[in-house]
Write a protein of this length. Sequence first.
Length: 185
Amino acid sequence: MDMKMKPQALGLAALLSLSGIPAAHAADFRCTGAVGASTVDNLIVPDGASCSLNGTVVQGNLKVGRGATLRANGIRVEGNIQAEGAAAVTTSNSRVGGNIQIKQGGAASILSVVIDGDLQFEENRGALNATANDVRGNLQAVKNRGGLTLANNLIRENLQCKENSPAPTGGGNRAGSKEDQCASL
């Protein structure tokens, strides 16, 4: 590399970091269509985009943007699935090494997923469904407004439901403890 260019490149990187503009990470894969059986580092569904995953392996985290839609079947995520303000999230027949967090969005269905961490639904306005999952941490549902069905889940820690309207429905859930609105489920 020419020595004259090296300080300029360093200067540009320093300028970007001071400006508050986030640097793009080469390891972030942006999904705006369909992805099959391939492996990526981190996966991002950009704001307003739609992404379908089938047999995909995500070695890091999967993030769903505002107004975005994710349909995933048979995937493996070694980190977390995070959706804040997403239009819809559906994940089935999959494995997640961390947590699934669905917050302030629309509808979501989590079906037959092994989750090594927690499953959290918080302040969503669409219909929510968690059925036949193996949650190795907690399942928490707080302040959801579109209806929530919890059925036949194995929750190794606590099943906690508060301030959901209407109250969650379902049954056949096994948990370390069942609290508040989910005490009878």
